[in-house]
Design a binder for this molecule. Structure first.
Ligand code: DGI
Ligand code: FE
Ligand code: FE
Ligand code: FE
Length: 187
């Protein structure tokens, strides 16, 4: 396992609180991976690296998006949306991660997307329900995550879209695509 290598790489790039969040995501993702029979090493790597770009400079991230032809829709959005795709780019270029499933789990951990893999769902959900997260309804989400991964994904994206709409924040198209996909899939 590359756990220690990745943990020491992320630690200096984020405040203590975000590091603690990351440890929580790692532990939650590992527990979900065990439950839903996903590769433990992949879950661990994606979880540790998911927020690696969270505190990167916003303008630098826009430059990375343009220079590397990442999704063109990204350029008008802030670091909240940029840090996933740019995090995946860092994982690929700096840590030589080639596993596309790990890269996608990092890339789409904020927005989700249509047609998510099991690993992508695990990281999306773990990010939302890790033990340090505190918001109304998180206990319910944790309970569903113990029972059914797809129902948990559905509950998480509904919560997220509802929160964004309620607080009158713009919703990134890929988040909507995720919502539409999940809603039309399971009854
Ligand atoms: O990086 P984290 O705080 O651990 O969590 P995250 O990457 O899932 O989300 C980062 C922020 O982005 C969080 O405040 C929710 C917000 N967010 C998620 N989807 C969207 C969004 N913000 C906007 N404006 N639009 C979205 O579609
Ligand atoms: Fe994030
Ligand atoms: Fe999230
Ligand atoms: Fe996170």
């Amino acid at each position: 396992m590359e756990r220690d290598k990745y943990l020491s790489a992320i630690k200096p790039r984020m405040p203590e609180k975000r590091y603690i969040h990351t440890i929580g995501v790692m532990e939650t993702a590992l527990s979900l991976a065990r439950k839903y029979d996903e590769d433990l090493s992949a879950a661990e790597t994606a979880a540790i690296l998911h927020d690696i770009a969270k505190y990167a400079d916003e303008e630098w991230m826009r430059t990375i998006v343009k220079e590397n032809n990442l999704d063109g829709r990204l350029v008008n959005w802030g670091s909240e949306i940029l840090h996933g795709p740019v995090g995946a780019w860092i994982a690929e270029t700096e840590f030589n991660i080639t596993n596309e499933d790990i890269l996608n789990a990092i890339r789409f951990h904020t927005t989700g997307r249509a047609g998510m893999s099991r690993l992508e769902k695990i990281i999306y959900i773990a990010d939302m329900i890790e033990p340090n997260r505190k918001f109304d309804g998180v206990e319910k989400l944790r309970k569903v995550a113990e029972e059914d991964l797809d129902l948990a994904m559905k509950a998480c994206i509904i919560h997220s879209i509802r929160f964004l709409a309620k607080s009158e924040q713009p919703i990134y198209p890929v988040s909507i695509e995720c919502f539409n996909d999940v809603i039309s899939r399971n009854a």
